[in-house]
Design a protein around this ligand. Structure first.
Ligand SMILES: NC(=O)c1ccc[n+]([C@@H]2O[C@H](COP(=O)([O-])OP(=O)(O)OC[C@H]3O[C@@H](n4cnc5c(N)ncnc54)[C@H](O)[C@@H]3O)[C@@H](O)[C@H]2O)c1
Length: 251
């Protein structure tokens, strides 16, 4: 049985990734500080007969990451796939952005991706097996709205970390790739008490050449593709319904 380790797998895109890999026969291990949502996911997975672990961990903390990876390896086996999905955003006007806010976002998004990748890669190498790492960046690694510097910097860092790790880990049979999603609607993929039905205007839909906003399942499918694409490493896939290739002329 193959094992998926996914950060932030209790809700949103991570929830869809966990459920999609479970359908492919993977055991699933989730690290997420949202205990209510994590326990709900654990029940959902176990009711479906999936072997699963939930660790209420903050991925910015090295000791919590180490505990999660050790527990996963002990209870399910060494991960075959790591998806670094967890991320936070704190939009603030640049002139008011406090160093603590900047560090908090970089801490979860970039440092967390580094810590989890290193801990899982060490386990993979220790067991003499290869594997696949998929990082979730964002189209905001390449383009911005005002007041999003911490988030965009963290996502740009993830894209660079992806090709760096692909080179360092290639000799161990570990491939590392990255997905940059655009607008993904997650409001119906939250903890049940917070979940709500999404509503989009025609304007929302029509700014995407594919005519719709993205879903967490779109990202989960791309993760599966990258895990199966044995000749691909160090790459970034933009997954945004074409939004970032559309020219905008003011009339
Ligand atoms: N939703 C979008 O439009 C979109 C677009 C581009 C990129 N992304 C990226 O996709 C990823 C998932 O986003 P989402 O929209 O599903 O978010 P979400 O807020 O719906 O879910 C994120 C999950 O991560 C968990 N999390 C938060 N901090 C954590 C930490 N320190 N350690 C471990 N888990 C933590 C949360 O508890 C939550 O369960 C993020 O990296 C985000 O930046 C999202």
């Amino acid at each position: 049985m193959k094992v998926l380790a996914v950060t932030g797998g209790a809700q949103g895109i991570g929830r869809a990734i966990a459920l999609r890999f479970a359908r492919e026969g993977y055991a699933v291990s989730i690290a997420d500080p949202a205990e209510d949502a994590g326990r709900e996911m654990l029940d959902k997975l176990r009711e479906a007969g999936v072997k699963a672990v939930f660790e209420p961990a903050n991925i910015a903390e090295a000791d919590q990451v180490a505990r999660w990876v050790e527990r996963t390896t002990a209870e399910l086996g060494c991960p075959d796939v790591l998806v670094n999905n967890a991320g936070i955003a704190r939009g603030k006007p640049f002139l008011e952005l406090a160093p603590e806010d900047f560090d908090a976002v970089i801490g979860v998004n970039l440092r967390g991706t580094f810590l989890c990748s290193q801990a899982v890669a060490r386990a993979m190498v220790g067991q003499g097996k290869g594997g696949a790492i998929v990082n979730i960046a964002s189209t905001r690694a390449f383009m911005s709205e005002a007041g999003t510097e911490a988030y965009t910097a963290s996502k740009g860092g993830i894209v660079a970390l992806t090709h760096g790790m692909a080179i360092s880990l290639g000799g161990y049979g570990i491939r590392v790739n990255c997905i940059s999603p655009g607008w993904i609607e997650t409001s119906d993929w939250q903890f049940s008490a917070r979940s709500r039905t999404p509503r989009h205007s025609d304007r929302d839909r029509l700014q995407h050449p594919v005519g719709r906003v993205g879903s967490p399942e779109d990202v989960a499918e791309a993760c599966l593709f990258l895990v199966q694409a044995g000749f691909m490493t160090g790459q970034n896939i933009t997954l945004d319904g074409g939004m970032t290739v559309k020219m905008i002329y003011e009339e």
